[in-house]
Design a protein. Structure first.
Length: 190
């Protein structure tokens, strides 16, 4: 027996009984050494996932401004609109006559048609309900203008001002999309 132990020592190996447990320890030690690396990559992956989700949620909330809608209604007078939308028209204001604010009096007679979204029954009923307020507004608006301000080249500005004032001050749910000046007569009073 001494010879077999000596042969094992010369070959540099141990007896079969002692070598088997060392291999198990090496395999177990390899898995134990690999476990921190696996946990490190798992932690990096989870951290990256949390970071991506957080950035996405913050970006989404900023883009949506806290959930408010970003629907923008294009200006129908804009030259960048391909086809003009079809409007329903409120034509019941009738002719309105007033004087300008010039030193020499001029009489202004105006007929306005107000365009709103097609088949918007709520807008139609609101405009009907506010008919007399709208007539008074148109009378006061043109009474505050001079003859120079009512020239034909100022018509797009007049339409835009009327639309903005009506949408912001007079109407609750209805939105005027276009203003049509069917008649604008300015006559000097002698």
């Amino acid at each position: 027996m001494a010879d077999s132990n000596e042969l094992d020592d010369i070959e540099g190996g141990d007896s079969p009984e002692t070598s088997a447990p060392k291999k198990k320890k090496k395999r177990a030690a390899g898995l134990v050494a690999l476990l921190p690396v696996i946990l490190k990559f798992a932690a990096i992956g989870i951290g990256a996932l949390i970071f991506i989700v957080t950035v996405s949620v913050v970006t989404f909330n900023i883009m949506n401004r806290g959930g408010r809608s970003q629907t923008v209604v294009a200006d129908p007078m804009s030259p960048y609109i391909g086809r003009r939308p079809i409007f329903s028209w409120y034509t019941d204001l009738g002719p309105i006559t007033t004087r300008t604010r010039d030193a020499t009096f001029h009489t202004v007679t105006v007929v306005l048609n107000l365009g709103f979204d097609h088949n918007d029954q709520a807008a139609a009923s609101e405009l009907n309900g506010r008919r007399f307020e709208l007539q008074e507004f148109v009378r006061r608006y043109f009474a505050g203008k001079t003859v120079d301000e009512l020239r034909i080249e100022n018509e797009p500005r007049i339409k835009r001002e009327i639309r903005e004032i009506l949408n912001t001050r007079y109407l609750d749910t209805a939105r005027i999309r276009d203003v049509n000046i069917a008649r604008l007569d300015v006559m000097e009073v002698f």
